[in-house]
Design a protein around this ligand. Structure first.
Ligand SMILES: *Cc1c(COP(=O)(O)O)cnc(C)c1O
Length: 402
């Protein structure tokens, strides 16, 4: 249903193509109600009434769009949110899920049957789903490092149908070239899905770079306040159509109350992420100078390996950065335990700054050899930059590293 957004554009006499992201964040999908609410009300309703059987059948048989049953996603609060989500990525359509993992699982079940190739590092839950759970269902999955793109052609020749990757990746902020990988996959008729959670729609739009699907853990930047668990999948109407039944029957739609909170959060998305970009850049530059820091992983640093590709496909460099200390695991633990402003927590994208050591959380389950192969050291600290002042965050890092 793009009906709400289309009506708004007509009312204000604007062409969607000319509308900026901040305006989309505020206005896309917002349902006008009889009482003049400036944002969409929450329909907690689970089922919706019809005037006649003929009217009901119009919706059930897909001749008309309309509300029917909330688990199906056919609820006005969810329609409204999905229009906003689609507008963020300039996508034809978006489905909203109860979590980022729910979005990934539905996509993999709908499109992974010919085999899935995962390039580069990925979120721990994604790795577990791909490496152990989906193979149990007979779905073949393959893993390549970002430096092993040469191996992609062979996997595509053997018929793998879906290429999946994150960019930038966790925790080394590796930047994978969306245009290049999409070009390679499409030559073999494979589809491409990008988990763009770290970048957010403010900094990167994978569909515009050639990808077929974009996934967001809306738990992170879209929610932005560490108080919502949600996920989103964007793409063309045709491609998303086959994912719908999976969400419907796995029952992984979002609750209307959470949908409303997420829409509320997205209205401030650009303001938050632009500030997080600027603060992360300042923190990264300050840490580059620090004698206790061996390396700073941040796409916005000109000396960073992924900087050139990041410049070509990102509009901003994001709020995530990783420090590798000159020192041991124990030194890194000591620093993390001394943080005053940064909280020790494994998530990201919220208003409060968080710190986590990949070896203790996201990559805890990997063998030391596998961590080394992926360039993840014991003295790494991943930072999610929030909305505190840059000077206060830098001061906190300096006292912790002393
Ligand atoms: C958090 C995260 C996920 C999983 O999202 P949930 O909302 O926790 O299910 C997937 N990908 C990335 C990159 C993430 O950071």
């Amino acid at each position: 249903m793009d009906a709400i957004w289309e009506r708004f554009l007509e009312e204000v006499g604007m062409n969607e193509k000319n509308i900026g992201l901040s305006t989309r964040c505020v206005h896309a999908g917002e349902l006008k109600d009889l009482h003049g609410s400036p944002h969409t009300p929450i329909y907690t309703t689970t089922t919706f009434k019809f005037d006649s059987t003929a009217d009901l059948l119009d919706v059930v048989e897909g001749r008309k769009s309309g509300s029917l049953y909330t688990r199906y996603g056919l609820n006005p609060t969810l329609f409204s949110l999905e229009e906003k989500l689609a507008a963020l990525e300039d996508a034809e359509a978006a489905w909203v899920f109860s979590s980022g993992m729910a979005a990934e699982a539905a996509l993999f079940l709908a499109y992974g049957r010919k085999g899935i190739v995962c390039i580069g590092d990925a979120y721990g839950g994604t790795m577990e789903l791909l490496s152990s759970q989906l193979p149990e269902l007979g779905i073949s999955t393959h893993f390549l490092l970002g430096s092993e793109l040469g191996g992609l052609k062979m996997l595509l020749e053997t018929g793998a149908g879906l290429v999946f990757f994150e960019t930038p990746t966790n925790p080394t902020l590796e930047v994978l070239d969306v245009r290049k990988i999409s070009g390679m996959a499409h030559e073999y008729g494979a589809l491409v899905a990008v988990d763009s959670t770290f970048a957010s729609p403010v900094n990167q739009n994978p569909l515009a770079l050639g990808a077929d699907f974009v996934i967001h853990s809306a738990t992170k930047y879209l929610g932005g306040h560490s108080d919502i668990t949600a996920g989103a999948l964007m793409g063309s109407k045709d491609l998303l159509a086959s994912v719908w039944n999976w969400r419907k029957n796995l029952g992984t739609v979002i609750a209307p109350e959470t949908a409303s909170l997420l829409a509320r959060s997205i209205r401030t998305l650009t303001v938050r992420v632009e500030r997080q970009n600027a603060t992360a850049q300042a923190v990264a530059e300050a840490m580059t100078e620090h004698p206790k820091v061996a390396r700073v992983f941040y796409p916005g640093l000109p000396a960073f390996a992924g900087h050139a590709v990041a410049r070509s496909q990102m509009k901003g460099f994001g709020g995530m950065l990783t420090l590798e200390l000159n020192g041991s695991y124990e030194d890194a633990v000591r620093a993390v335990d001394r943080f005053q402003l940064f909280a020790i927590a494994p998530s990201l994208g919220g208003v409060e700054s968080l710190a986590t050591m990949p070896v203790t959380t996201t990559h805890h389950g990997l063998s030391p050899e596998e961590r080394m192969r992926r360039g993840i050291s014991d003295a790494m600290i991943r930072l999610s930059i929030g909305l505190e002042d840059a000077a206060d965050l830098i001061a906190d890092l300096e006292q912790a590293l002393e």
